[in-house]
Design a protein around this ligand. Structure first.
Ligand code: DAH
Length: 359
């Protein structure tokens, strides 16, 4: 084979292979195979010394042409491959913003009891009440005595009230009663004591509610919890009547349970109100006809209330001749049960996520 043919052959094969490579690495392999130190074209150029005087310039010209062509083809292909590589990289790195994200942690939310308290607060704040707080640990005076509860009232017994015994106060555990083993410090059994704190610290007009935890030595069962929540309410102003109580609590019941629910006021006894009532709303399941949910009565008890007893007003330094008032106490867990037909109060405190996620 003449050296001409050899050079033309090299050109043809090199151009073919350059056209077929898929990437820059393959392209470099082709460059090394033809134009590298040990490449085919380099070998031919090295052999030029053996050529005759006449042949050398002709072959040299062709060889330079071939080399220039090869270099141009390599450069052109390189540009194309680089552009391709960039396009592929951009395509593979594209973020698909339509892809739904993965949620790492389910978002938490307010507990049902707290959201009901907030709803009750919203209603009463909307009609001009203030939200106040009071201590969980009370004295007998605020929890019972100032609320007109007689000394021998059964609710004062250790069976119905958690008394706090502070060991540091004496070998016998007594605090201030002077009676060995007895304490006059307790976990409040009701939020009603906050009525007294409020009346002691504030002059009428008073329009307040106080939400909070209360404690009673009951074993947890479907209808009892040793710790639950109440919202206390107190109004003291000039000329407050039972009509004000009824108008306020009727509006509250309808706001909480629906405009179609009826209310009824049943006479009851609380030491701190006179007269006192329990308020029922018509059963939402049977609409008053009677069913299992309302124990066939057509009614569900929802709160206690009454006109503030004049003794309570005067013990807290308010003249009952000048002012009158009403008070009420709402059981928050009870509202939750009635609203959502809960069969067991313990569901509210067990922390079962399947239950909690529903609200
Ligand atoms: N403290 C009462 C209870 O725990 C509820 C209550 C009833 C509060 C009547 C009141 C009221 O303020 O007037 O059962």
């Amino acid at each position: 084979m003449s050296i001409h043919d050899e050079l033309n052959g090299i050109r043809e094969r090199a151009l073919q292979q350059i056209a077929l490579v898929h990437n820059l690495r393959e392209l470099d392999d082709v460059r090394v195979a033809f134009a590298g130190k040990k490449g085919e074209l380099t070998a031919v150029l090295r052999g030029m010394g053996a050529l005759s005087q006449e042949e050398r310039p002709l072959v040299g010209k062709l060889a330079n042409e071939v080399r220039a062509q090869l270099e141009k083809a390599l450069d052109d292909r390189k540009v194309v491959l680089e552009q391709e590589a960039l396009t592929n990289q951009i395509a593979s790195e594209t973020v698909d913003i339509t892809l739904p994200g993965r949620q790492l942690y389910p978002l938490g939310h307010q507990h049902l009891v707290n959201s009901i308290i907030e709803e009750i607060e919203d209603f009463f704040c909307g009609i001009g009440y203030r939200v106040v707080t009071g201590p969980h640990v009370e004295t007998e005076y605020y929890n019972f005595t100032a609320l007109n509860t007689p000394p021998d009232h059964p609710s004062r017994s250790a069976r119905d009230t958690f008394y706090v015994v502070d060991d540091s106060c004496g070998a016998d555990g007594s605090i201030t009663t002077g009676v060995a083993g007895e304490s006059n410090v307790l976990l409040r059994t009701q939020t009603s004591g906050v009525q007294v704190h409020t009346m002691e610290s504030q002059k009428p007009p008073i329009y307040m509610i106080c939400p909070g935890a209360v404690f009673r030595p009951d074993a947890a069962d479907p209808c009892h919890l040793p710790q639950f929540h109440q919202v206390e309410g107190l109004v003291v102003d000039k000329g407050i009547t039972f009509g004000d109580l009824k108008g306020t609590l009727d509006a509250f019941c309808k706001a909480m349970f629906g405009q179609d629910r009826a209310t009824r006021y049943r006479p009851h006894f609380f030491p701190f109100t006179e007269p006192s009532c329990e308020v029922d709303i018509s059963c939402g399941v049977c609409h008053g006809k009677g069913c299992r949910f309302c124990k066939n009565s057509g009614w569900l008890e929802i709160l206690g209330c009454g006109m503030v007893d004049p003794n309570v007003l005067s013990m807290s330094g308010i003249d009952p001749e000048e002012y009158s008032g009403f008070a009420f106490g709402i059981g928050v867990e009870r509202v939750a049960c009635l609203r959502y037909d809960l069969p067991d109060l313990r569901m509210l405190v067990e922390g079962d996520m399947r239950f909690l996620r529903q609200f």
